[in-house]
Design a protein around this ligand. Structure first.
Ligand code: HGY
Ligand code: MN
Ligand code: MN
Ligand code: MN
Length: 401
């Protein structure tokens, strides 16, 4: 079994639950996986550590010069697969191993990075580590809480980090380019019979918090026509949002989380919260999506006699990737005689944040049946290895100059 396949099995064992792969940001299992990566990178002779935002940064080659950063993330969604994010981090380590074995020494620093909380699955704050890495002010995000009411700040402190030192993680001024290998998480490559995706652009999106406030009451005594049931508002909004997104155009709307308050089986819900995730590669469609959410919440709130609210938790514009790096990836794929296809990423990635500050590129490998964010997420070992070889060639081309 190759080093990459072995490492993928090892990291899959770091999980918050023993019956599935769940490695939520700042959890003990996630911190364990980060520490394991520091050990692996150190064993390869890299100068590895964890920055103030929980990003694992492992430095190879000269200390000065604009670094080529290569990475992805180790945190996962709940009940995840083994590859989302993890493949990009482990393939970067495997590519360094391969290049070292070929006697290659980089002419510029090469930083292998595992960004903290790319998914945002626990707190609704995706791309947390990469946003800290580029110097964004994350103060507003620190109050976000998870399903158990734990804030990011408390989760950081529990994991041994100091929230008000987040600013120390900003290191983008020492980086000159970024490259990320990732599973496609969709069906396009497999359907086209391609093994490598040359990513040209990444969809943008927003995570919105939608709320309905009605009037809690006794399930046995309040007549149906006198109720102001917040959960009915939420349920109607979920279907209306789905129908609006089905209306055509490049717009995807997902309600991934719903909460009813106070949550008693014999209490009419007085409050309801929905997480609404909107995505598009087209900035105008994203704006349209945000308007649609606002209009649907307003209409349903007035029809149901509720108060409605929409709050933006985080948003990120779509990004065109860098033409020079796209060409480098295409050449690397050709040198491996891979069947390559130009694609646009429907998923968000750390490259969406880093690529706004420095030239960035992405390499995709196929996802079996297009499945991801699910335990059946799969890519063949050969395709993972091919992706890693293409990544190694691209690193050689970008760091050998
Ligand atoms: O949600 C996404 O697009 C990515 O998988 N974090
Ligand atoms: Mn990912
Ligand atoms: Mn993901
Ligand atoms: Mn990513």
């Amino acid at each position: 079994m190759s080093g990459l396949a072995h490492d993928l099995r090892t990291v899959a064992r770091f999980s918050d639950r023993d019956d599935q792969i769940t490695r939520l940001a700042w959890s003990p299992a996630h911190v364990e996986a980060m520490r394991w990566m520091v050990g692996e990178a150190t064993a390869l002779g890299l100068d590895a550590g964890i920055d103030a935002a929980g990003n694992v940064v492992a430095r190879w080659g000269p200390a000065t010069g604009p670094a080529l950063a290569v990475g992805s993330h180790l945190d996962s969604v709940p009940d995840a697969g083994r590859l989302d994010g993890v493949l990009g981090v482990l393939a970067a380590l495997a590519a360094v191993r391969r290049l070292q074995a070929q006697g290659f020494t980089p002419r510029r620093p090469v930083w292998v990075i595992a960004f903290m909380d790319e998914e945002g699955a626990r707190f609704g704050t995706p791309l947390f580590g990469s946003r800290a890495f580029v110097g964004e002010d994350l103060e507003p995000s620190l109050a976000a809480v998870d399903a158990d009411g734990v804030s990011i700040a408390d989760a950081m402190r529990k994991a041994g980090f100091t929230p008000d030192r987040l600013g120390d993680a900003c290191a983008i001024d020492r980086v000159g380019a970024y490259l990320e290998l990732h599973i496609e998480q969709g069906p396009v490559l497999e359907k086209a019979g391609a093994d490598i995706g040359v990513v040209r652009a990444i969809s943008g999106g927003a995570v919105l918090a939608v709320g309905f406030t009605g009037h809690a009451g006794h399930a046995g005594t309040v007549p149906m026509d006198m109720r102001r049931d917040a959960l009915v508002g939420g349920a109607r909004a979920i279907v209306a949002l789905r129908d609006a997104a089905l209306g055509g155009g490049d717009l995807r709307i997902t309600v991934g989380r719903i909460a009813a308050h106070p949550g008693g089986t014999n209490v009419i819900p007085g409050g309801c919260e929905l997480s609404v995730d909107i995505r598009s590669a087209d900035p105008d469609a994203l704006d349209r999506g945000r308007d649609v959410v606002g209009r649907i919440v307003e209409r349903i709130a007035s029809e149901e006699g509720l108060q409605g609210s929409v709050r933006t938790l985080t948003e990120f514009a779509p990004l065109q990737l860098d033409e020079t790096i796209i060409a480098t990836v295409a050449r690397a794929a050709a040198a491996e005689s891979a069947v390559a296809l130009d694609v646009v990423s429907g998923a968000g990635h750390d490259a969406l944040v880093i690529g706004r500050a420095v030239p960035a590129g992405m390499i995709f490998v196929p996802s079996r049946n297009g499945i991801s964010h699910h335990p059946e997420e799969a890519t063949s070992a050969d395709q993972c290895e091919l992706g890693e070889r293409v990544l190694a060639r691209a690193i050689r081309a970008l760091a050998g100059q």
